[in-house]
Design a protein around this ligand. Structure first.
Ligand SMILES: [Zn+2]
Length: 651
């Protein structure tokens, strides 16, 4: 229904707009109509819009652009579902960094690009079939055809923005030279992921001053094996880096699981050598513990001294320019596509993890609150656009267990990890109280009242948290490979305390590619008394679908926490006839979740798609799957980088 006199579809009111392209850094309203930015001005009347969002105390920026992602699902096992992985982070345009080559691009386009809500562009790999799990296939020089690569790029000028050279482990420059030749023919930039290891015969000076052209992009810039960015003795940024930048060579963050080291980033940022662009190198290994996202990259660099404005510039205008898409992308100019990020800048104490699994404890964090893509709200963290439920939250009283004064248990076993004095809720064993849980290898070694911390290689203080068996989700669409509705189980389970997903639609490929235990077991839904996520690719974005939302909702509706955990552990285990799961048992695989009760003003989507205002919610802060820490929101198991000694990935 279009009411007369309401020319705008959506009005973001009172936010702090950062739009570097238009030199705006001030409180402004942003009006959207017909999928485009209609007006950016102070005090646009609310009655001109059909829907308004109060953006006071929030930042409103152009939709973020991630220059380095991996989203072609069939190309390689280490890729992610695009929409689900980036839309919750305010990212509306992504560039796949060479998973496909000229022989596989058509499949990438028809299976992924054509179905995504996020705008997907791509660098085409110089290797004809793109990236492989077996990276030696990316060393075959005869398979790097500059003419065929350029021809494909020219065939799809709206999608293909350049060439990628990556993972070449033989000596010499063949891969780089052929990629640059393709870039020359197609008149497009090249992105390099190219090591300078001792045996490579390559060095930074030749790469950035002789081979690379202005506009070519070196990614993974804060690693120390793709660039000699810093003098190893003085820590000073090398003169050739400044010279290369002056020549127009671009440097991308390319965070990933191997591209970001605190000591390099800290030294470079303190000397003003910031990334041109904030590519995340998004893939299954970077998305969990390291939480690779553009806002996460901005947060990390802000805690090293960069300003938010600098971050937004490097996530909007700069990447748009790097791929020849400026000024169509990366701005809030009137008439531009309405791709918008609404961001919160929180202060507090937060943990950020680098590629060496070392943390920085910082005080600033940027998080996405809402994402608008082509005028549509595609992510709404706080359910601002849903109607209020009218109900009042009545959370059940929380259990509180006393600290143990039992004698320390003795023995001569060394444990890998001990979770110390957590408030354990293990309904399947009727075990409630403070316990120490010791893990060795993949298994739970001991559950006891008090274990000596001196017997553990690593101790995590669990005393502030509830410790439960890994949750079991019996209602989730995880068929992410052969359908357009499934979510990747790891990304949507492990950060929510779920270690087992039972899904009738799970294919062998999904099971093989998941760290989560995925069981192709069917359960008739609804099963009374069970809590499940019901998640799919749509509702994880628009309705907060997850196990922790479901747990938080039940608890806020008055269900005691012990019963909530029971309905997500031992009861679903029985429903799928796997009574070995959903309990904490010595000798069993260590699948464990730790939760905290977060207090504040939150909104939960209830089961009628309404917004329930709550004062507390349940969040998963640590997940152990098969003995390994796979999620650690507070970095409890991780050392501060300044205390870790010198580290390097050079070899
Ligand atoms: Zn990459």
């Amino acid at each position: 229904m279009l009411a007369f006199g309401q020319p705008y579809d959506l009005l973001l009111q009172g936010g702090h707009v950062i739009d570097p392209a238009n030199n705006i850094d001030a409180i402004r309203d942003v009006a959207i109509a017909g999928g485009k930015i209609a007006r950016v001005a102070a005090n646009i009347p609310a009655n001109l819009a059909r829907r308004t969002v109060d953006a006071q105390r929030l930042y409103v920026t152009p939709g973020l652009i991630d220059l380095h992602t991996h989203v072609y699902l069939r190309g390689r096992s280490s890729t992610v579902v695009a929409d689900d992985a980036v839309l919750p982070h305010g990212t509306t345009t992504i560039v796949d960094a060479g998973v496909a080559g000229w022989k596989t691009f058509d499949d990438f386009k028809s299976t992924v690009i054509d179905h995504a809500q996020v705008r997907i562009l791509a660098f085409l790999n110089i290797v004809s079939s793109g990236m492989h799990d077996d990276q030696s296939k990316e060393n075959i020089v005869a398979d790097m055809d500059p003419r065929a690569t350029a021809a494909k790029i020219l065939q799809y000028p709206n999608i293909l923005v350049g060439v990628k050279s990556a993972h070449f482990t033989l000596p010499g420059w063949a891969s780089v030279e052929r990629a640059i030749e393709a870039g020359r023919i197609a008149n497009k930039p090249v992105m390099l992921d190219s090591s300078i290891f001792s045996n490579s015969g390559r060095n930074t000076r030749d790469k950035v001053l002789k081979l690379m052209r202005p506009g070519d992009i070196q990614t993974h810039m804060y690693n120390d094996h793709q660039l000699e960015l810093l003098d190893r003795f003085t820590g000073k940024v090398q003169p050739w880096m400044w010279e290369a930048r002056k020549r127009g060579v671009l440097f991308d963050l390319g965070h990933g699981a191997g591209g970001f080291l605190w000591p390099v980033a800290q030294a470079a940022v303190s000397q003003g050598f910031l990334p041109d662009t904030l590519g995340t190198d998004l893939h299954p290994e970077s998305i969990l513990l390291l939480q690779a996202s553009v806002p996460n990259a901005i947060s990390k660099l802000m805690n090293l001294g960069m300003s938010l404005q600098d971050g937004i510039l490097r996530a909007t205008v700069n990447p748009a320019k790097a791929i020849g898409r400026f000024p169509e992308r990366g701005t809030l100019s009137e008439g531009a596509a309405a791709d918008v990020a609404v961001l919160a800048l929180d202060t507090g104490v937060f943990s950020f993890i680098d590629s060496m699994r070392k943390k920085l404890t910082g005080t600033k964090k940027v998080e996405c609150v809402m994402t608008v893509r082509g005028g549509e709200v595609v992510f709404d963290r706080d359910a601002r656009l849903l109607p209020a439920s009218g109900e009042t939250a009545r959370p059940a009283p929380l259990p509180s267990y006393p600290f143990e004064e039992n004698r320390l248990e003795e023995g001569s076993t060394v444990y890998d990890l001990v979770l110390k004095q957590g408030q354990v809720i293990d309904p399947g064993n009727k075990r409630y109280g403070r316990y120490d849980i010791a893990i060795n290898g993949k298994r739970i070694a001991r559950i006891a009242k008090r274990l000596p911390v001196a017997h553990a290689r690593l101790v995590v203080d669990a005393s502030e948290y509830y410790v439960t068996p890994g949750l079991i989700d019996v209602n989730a669409d995880v068929n992410f490979l052969d359908s357009t509705t499934g979510v990747q189980p790891d990304q949507r389970s492990l950060p929510y305390g779920v270690t087992t997903v039972a899904s009738a639609g799970a294919t062998p490929a999904v099971i093989r590619r998941s760290r989560t235990q995925v069981l192709p077991a069917g359960v008739q839904i609804p099963v009374g008394g069970l809590i499940s996520s019901g998640m799919n690719r749509q509702n994880v974005l628009t309705e907060q679908a997850s196990m922790t939302r479901a747990l938080s909702l039940k608890w806020n509706e008055g269900m005691p926490l012990t019963e909530v955990i029971q309905a997500a552990t031992v009861l679903p285990a029985r429903a799928i006839k796997r009574e070995d799961l959903g309990v904490l048992r010595e000798g069993a695989p260590a699948d464990i979740a730790m939760f905290e009760i977060r207090r504040g003003d939150f909104a939960l989507v209830d089961d009628n798609r309404r917004r329930l205002a709550v004062k507390a919610k349940i969040e998963c802060i640590l997940t152990i799957r098969n003995g390994g820490v796979v999620w650690d929101a507070h970095g409890l198991s991780i050392r501060e980088w300044t205390q870790a000694g010198r580290y390097t990935s050079f070899r």
